[in-house]
Design a protein around this ligand. Sequence first.
Ligand SMILES: *Cc1c(COP(=O)(O)O)cnc(C)c1O
Length: 393
Amino acid sequence: MSTGLPRNYAAPISPADDLPGASAERAGDALHAILTVDLGRMADNYRLLAARAPRARIGAVVKANGYGLGMEGIAPALYACGCRDYFVADAEEGLALRRVLADARIYVLNGPGADSLQLFARRRLIPVLNTLDQIALWAGFARGGPQLAAALHVDTGMTRLGLAAEELAVLAHEPERLSGFPIACIVSHLACSDEPDHPLNAQQLAAFRAACAQLPPAPTCLSNSGGVFLDSNYHGDIIRGGGSLFGLAALEDGPNPAAQVLKLEAPILQVRHVDSPMTVGYGATYRVAGPGRIATIPVGYADGYMRSLSNRGSAFLGGIRIPVVGRVSMDLTTFDVSAVPEALARPGAMIELFGDTHTVDDLAEEAGTIGHVIMAGLGRRIVRRYVNGLESV
Ligand SMILES: *Cc1c(COP(=O)(O)O)cnc(C)c1O
């Protein structure tokens, strides 16, 4: 379908944008969901990982906008904890992080592309080289120039990214492929670190050690959050801490030693009093039988409040658990607040979607997913607030 507009068409600025003060103009936060990120508890979790892996540097994985928390909001707080190693997915994220952290080591997990090499050099981003092609690309770029460090990723059982055993053998035979640039660290990734007894953990550790023996000596970087809770053989020199820093459980079973960092609240927009039998929401999937009250909040699946929470999720209001009723819509979700005193369930009252008692992991379970998915999906309309940073303690 053609619009008749040229490619790269940009709409002309409308006269409304010339209003005085337009550049500073924003809507208020009153009718928005608010994500509160407790930087003090995040620092506690950083220290928890440091205590579990005392010989390693604790790095932070802040990909996907810092697991949805706002990378710019959390990275400086991690830096204040002493974190100097940061992992992002792509060069764009690396660039955004460099703007807030001038001298941290920033590793780009997806590696370099032919059109991003200059950016890597200019912004001192460290590519994680995953394939022989990426190694050749980087070596060709770095050769003869300044010392441009890169990390090497060896696959030991994820079968996702990283050099396969045959490719390692090629490198061992032709070490000149690695000449011309320093190796910042050797990376691999555990597939089952959340299940300490899974046999793949030990297999991956053995494969990792064998791979490192074939490569030039370099710091090792094997463990994500779960790996920190395995024995110290898994820790190596640099940890890639993700979920645990932000309060997610690193292990499938057992208590979660990490502190809860997050609270997501949303204001009630409207309360509907229902006294005759009615249905709620798209598809009329929920039937209100008797008299009751239905509260609507301005959060839906476009904000990451997943549609699978329809008629399954729960939240808290005034310390009382309230169920999601009806289907989650794009921008709105409905709760049965009949059990909450009317004085508490009023427009403007804040419903806690997750927090200390009903954690992100708990909500994820109701949604049939994991906490990482809920966090990474937190949408742009949600206001992010950072509390208990260094300034305020
Ligand atoms: C996302 C990611 C991590 C962090 O994992 P968590 O389980 O959240 O700690 C570590 N390493 C790699 C390669 C990743 O992609």
